[in-house]
Design a protein around this ligand. Structure first.
Ligand code: NAD
Length: 317
């Protein structure tokens, strides 16, 4: 960490980036926040707008628009910059364009002398995180993506509603690709200290596995539903980003399903960046928690890894 003052540089001040910034200001997550965008005027305007809310916030954060040299002494650089899908454009074409965007960003951050943690939110987030890792040459522990943190929050909220229990007492995770192949390893889900499968067994006329499967489907399709209703999703992911940044800046050792590079877990899986419970602290992704998955769950994770590897390999960096 550079000093006692916690500094974050946000690259990409669109809806997702600014939802992070607004939540960060209201939750007083850092001391200094630099806004950087290809559209410099936009970053300037956003900094002015946020500064005018300072008097009403619990924070005395220093907020300004800046350039890549500001990354030099930052603790965290967040990338939420990206381009949107054009009509008729395939996922792969979009991925290639976003890879080009990252080629114009990551080397400049590294050249500034930045030695902190990269947090990536741009989609497809697992692949963009891997691209950041490749372009930066950083140790894998210092490059993390938002992964399935938001999906996991959605799952815990919906399970809390179903079981009528505070979501904070639900310990269940969405793992895998942040996308279609993500899944809930139900064998590892707990209500407080009680396995969910035992809760179902002991309450056969109240709770049903079919309902839980519906919940996991609801989580998987949540982003698409929001996009259909209002065009984009941003508040939830902005708050998830604040949660990850706090875990880093406060050196929390919190367990979050960020996207991190597998290092031989799950039967020797390596290189792929994927959402999985991970201990996050000031050094970034400190340690991956390898779950004891069932055979069927392992197959789902295999599938997610294959999807992500195939997409990554289709790019020539
Ligand atoms: P947006 O279009 O509102 O903002 C993107 C911003 O990136 C724009 O301000 C643009 O000027 C900037 N930008 C583009 N190229 C740049 C460059 N080379 N350098 C600096 N800035 C550049 O988009 P958004 O709604 O904020 O979404 C941003 C990304 O977040 C998208 O990829 C979206 O899919 C993703 N997203 C991720 C999650 C998640 O769970 N990880 C959730 C929602 C959205």
């Amino acid at each position: 960490m550079s000093s006692n003052r916690k500094k974050v540089v946000l690259i990409g001040t669109g809806m997702v980036g600014m939802s992070f910034a607004y939540a960060a200001l209201n939750q007083n997550v850092c001391d200094e926040l630099v806004l950087l965008d290809l559209n410099e005027k936009r970053a300037e305007g956003e900094a002015m707008d946020l500064n005018h809310g300072l008097a009403f916030s619990p924070s005395s954060m220093k907020i300004y628009s800046g350039g890549y040299s500001d990354c030099n002494d930052a603790d965290v650089v967040i990338i939420s910059a990206g381009v949107n899908q054009k009509p008729g454009e395939s996922r792969l074409q979009l991925l290639k364009r976003n890879a080009d965007v990252f080629s114009s960003i990551v080397p400049k951050v590294v050249q500034s002398g930045f030695e902190g943690i990269f947090l990536v939110a741009t989609n497809p987030v697992d692949i963009m995180t891997r691209i950041t890792y490749e372009l930066s040459g950083f140790n894998a522990s210092k490059v993390i993506g938002t992964g399935t943190t938001l999906d996991t929050a959605r799952l815990r909220y919906l399970m809390g509603e179903y079981f009528e229990v505070d979501p904070r007492n639900i310990h269940a995770y969405v793992i895998g690709e942040h996308g279609d192949s993500e899944f809930v390893p139900w064998s590892q889900a707990l209500l407080a200290a009680k396995p969910i499968k035992d809760v179902l067994r002991d309450n056969p006329s109240s709770f049903y596995m079919e309902e839980l499967e519906k919940i996991s489907e609801e989580v998987r399709s949540a982003a698409q539903k929001i996009i259909t209703a209002k065009g984009a999703t941003y508040y939830g992911i902005g708050m998830a980003m604040v949660r990850v940044v706090r875990a880093i800046l406060q050196d929390e050792n919190s367990v979050l399903t960020v996207s991190t590079r597998l290092r031989g877990e799950y039967g020797g899986k390596k290189d792929v960046f994927i959402g999985n419970p991970c201990i996050v602290n000031g050094g970034g992704a400190k340690r991956i928690l390898e779950l004891k998955l069932s055979e069927a769950e392992l197959k789902k994770l295999d599938n997610s890894c294959t999807v992500l590897n195939d997409s990554f390999k289709s790019l020539s960096l």
